[in-house]
Design a protein around this ligand. Structure first.
Ligand SMILES: Nc1ncnc2c1ncn2[C@@H]1O[C@H](COP(=O)(O)OP(=O)(O)O)[C@@H](O)[C@H]1O
Ligand SMILES: [Mg+2]
Length: 274
């Protein structure tokens, strides 16, 4: 793990009392309960917890992608002086893909199978930089693809998703998410569908993006060893509640909450000792 950014850095994102509750089938189901945390500039923040603990719902809330149907939301998500939880669609769209981007576990489902890779990497440019010419867009897309570690980006630009491996598709998603160098990148289980070697490469890429562009990253995973390798700070969630948070080295070396202890004990020893 790299050094944490200066702690006096102002938070770029402040989440206060985030509360998300479904009410679709009879009994309301609270999925995120009074969650508060901050993300600092250039910080990599991990959110861990077993499946169903509310990690993805939290990620979608930050990215402004919650499907509000049958969902009650309260609290605030402050970015740039705006409450992303309560602002209008137009305001959200101003930030999405420009200042705040998100990548998902399975890039095949988030990529359009019928559209060439280049078009998809350029999407945020068409939305947020309409003044650019097609040639300028292409240049920026290819630069982002090269930065995301895609070999021969000029060729990949004209390819379709099915022609690429899972790891390459995730790199395409990362290129599309970072083409405008957002302040915040939200990565929800971005390596879960990948083999161990590819997983390590994607983690290294996220670390480079963070270091070179000062992009703050919210890294969501149920894999504690990955979080420990990558993240400066970590939040442990259980059933919608943050049960513990702190510097990730500290939390993993000296877990306080019994749930965190159980998660840490479940990490294979060989990984911990690396
Ligand atoms: N449409 C829905 N109606 C009711 N509950 C839902 C709905 N979608 C998700 N949930 C519940 O929200 C909880 C949190 O889900 P999620 O954020 O995806 O967890 P995680 O990403 O940590 O695995 C889960 O218990 C899930 O069952
Ligand atoms: Mg999830």
């Amino acid at each position: 793990m790299q050094d944490a950014p200066l702690s006096q850095d102002k938070p770029i994102l402040a989440i206060r009392d985030l509360h998300l509750e479904f009410h679709d089938h009879g009994r309301p189901e609270v999925v995120v309960e009074d969650l508060s945390f901050e993300l600092r500039r250039a910080e990599i923040l991990g959110i861990v917890g077993e499946s169903g603990s509310g990690k993805s719902m939290t990620a979608l809330a930050i990215a402004g992608l919650l499907n509000r149907h049958a969902l009650d939301c309260s609290g605030t998500i402050l970015f740039d002086g705006v409450d992303l939880l309560h602002c209008g669609r137009a305001t959200l769209r101003r930030y999405q893909g420009d200042e705040i981007s998100m990548i998902f576990q399975e890039p095949m489902t988030s990529l359009d199978p019928l559209q060439r890779i280049g078009m998809q990497v350029e999407e945020a440019l068409r939305i947020h930089r309409a003044e650019l010419s097609a040639a300028e867009r292409r240049k920026m897309a290819i630069r982002a693809m090269a930065a995301a570690g895609l070999p021969d980006p000029e060729q990949v630009y004209g390819m379709y998703p099915h022609e690429l491996s899972g790891g390459m598709r995730q790199r395409v998603m990362i290129a599309a998410a970072t083409v405008l160098k957002p302040q915040i990148l939200i990565a929800d289980e971005p390596t879960t569908a990948l083999d161990v070697t590819t997983q390590a490469q994607i983690i290294a890429l996220l670390r480079t993006i963070n270091a070179e562009d000062q992009t703050a990253i919210v890294f969501i995973s149920h894999d504690l060893s990955l979080v420990r390798q990558l993240c400066h700070r970590v939040i442990v969630m259980r059933k919608g509640v943050a049960v513990e948070s702190g510097a990730s080295d500290e939390v993993f070396r000296n877990p306080r909450h019994p749930y965190t202890k159980a998660l840490v004990d479940a990490i294979p020893k060989v990984v911990l000792e690396r």
